[in-house]
Design a protein around this ligand. Structure first.
Ligand code: FES
Ligand code: FE2
Length: 383
């Protein structure tokens, strides 16, 4: 195993730091600052977490028909997710086999992908169809060339890719989470509206903030705390599987006002807010009023692109007016903007030379779970 050492031989993580993270929740501490601010840690994550875990890249309903595609930058590899003429959804590298030009950007519908540089042309399944003026290139056979494929799985409408051909299938590992979110019928939801933020901080800071309600007493003291008190929140065991779940019961009396978007919600479920993470970067939340999806694309140890999508039952999303969409976006923007200081502040703080590991509250059980998942993947490379 390659060791990633600091100059002078000091490893990036010290054994005592790891031991504090590995301790049972009641005695455990946060990840050390280097986990967030050291660019070498991100390089290791690209080789481990993002190379071997299932990374969420899209919703299936964003690419509904033949030729529909969406480009995503998975850390370590720009890819395209495209639906073929046969209706099959595939994911492959979108980097031209000639001289490394991306053959597609953004999203849209295409009959084929034509590289803008020298017009090498690829089918929707990634095979090279033609390469102009290559007749004199000895032994070059376009028919034998194809853009490298990633594995792809759709779970609850979310499209995941995995660069590891040996990775275990995702859905069986998410059975526990699937049972917890069943009433929201994520399979039948569709993106109703989207807003985007550039977020100049480490991706793990946002994931941790999303997965604890302890901060309702501080950051959301007048907004979430009166409705979803921190003290009532709870996190079930995940058995070490790659997901975390946060239940935030709502105060009694709010359920009658809730619209009937999810008829399977019963009793107190109708006033709860739930949040979930599929490790590493899928985040979503749901209540009786609808759902939202935080689509994270890490761009380095110090940056990510965040797109927040409102998810509603497809028929409801399709019938929304522009005003409805605008209102939905304003709501999720408001929530996120309230959380921005809870990301920016720790990001600045983690750079302090006197900053160390902090103790976790039992209400931060999901962060403890996330930290175990993270160490499982990177520990051997950082010690
Ligand atoms: S780089 Fe794509 S055709 Fe030359
Ligand atoms: Fe928050």
């Amino acid at each position: 195993m390659t060791q990633t050492a600091r100059p002078g031989g000091r490893p990036i993580l010290m054994p005592d730091e790891v031991a504090r993270v590995r301790a049972p929740l009641e005695r455990s501490a946060t990840l050390p600052p280097a986990a967030y601010v050291d660019p070498r840690v991100y390089d290791v994550e690209v080789d481990t977490v993002f190379a071997r875990d299932w990374v969420c890249v899209a919703r299936a309903e964003q690419v509904p028909g033949p030729g529909d595609y969406v480009c995503v930058d998975v850390p370590g590899q720009p890819i395209v997710v495209a639906r073929g003429r046969d209706g099959v959804l595939r994911a492959f590298s979108r980097i031209c086999l000639h001289r490394a030009m991306p053959v597609a950007e953004g999203a849209g519908n295409a009959g084929r992908f034509v590289c803008p540089y020298h017009h090498w042309t690829y089918e929707l399944d990634g095979t090279l169809r033609s390469a102009p003026m290559m007749a004199g290139a000895e032994g070059f056979e376009p028919a034998r060339c194809r853009l490298p494929a990633l594995r792809l799985e759709v779970w609850q409408g979310f499209v995941f890719v995995n660069r590891d051909p040996e990775a275990a299938a995702l859905a069986p590992r998410l059975a526990g989470l699937e049972a917890l979110i069943r009433p929201y019928r994520f399979d039948g939801l569709a993106v109703a509206a989207t807003t985007e933020f550039d977020s100049p901080w480490n991706w793990k800071i946002l994931v941790e903030n999303f997965m604890e309600a302890y901060h309702h007493i501080g950051i959301h003291g007048t907004t979430f705390e009166p409705v979803y008190p921190a003290r009532d929140s709870s996190v079930p065991d995940n058995g070490g599987e790659p997901w975390t779940f946060l239940r935030m019961p709502g105060r009694a009396g709010t359920e009658d006002a809730a619209p009937a978007l999810f008829p399977d919600l019963e009793g107190a479920e109708r006033r709860q807010l739930v949040a979930a993470n599929v490790y590493p970067t899928l985040l979503f939340a749901a209540s009786a009023a609808g759902a939202f999806w935080y689509q994270l694309e890490p761009r380095g140890h110090d940056a990510m692109r965040l797109r927040i999508h409102v998810l509603l039952p497809a028929a409801v999303a399709g019938a929304m007016s522009e005003d409805d969409r605008h209102g939905a976006i304003e709501l999720v923007r408001g929530i996120h903007l309230e959380d921005v200081p809870a990301n920016e502040g720790p990001w600045r703080g983690l750079h302090g030379s006197m900053t160390g590991q902090g103790r976790l509250s039992p209400y931060e059980k999901a962060i403890w779970q996330l930290n175990q998942l993270w160490l499982d993947r990177v520990e051997a490379r950082l010690l």
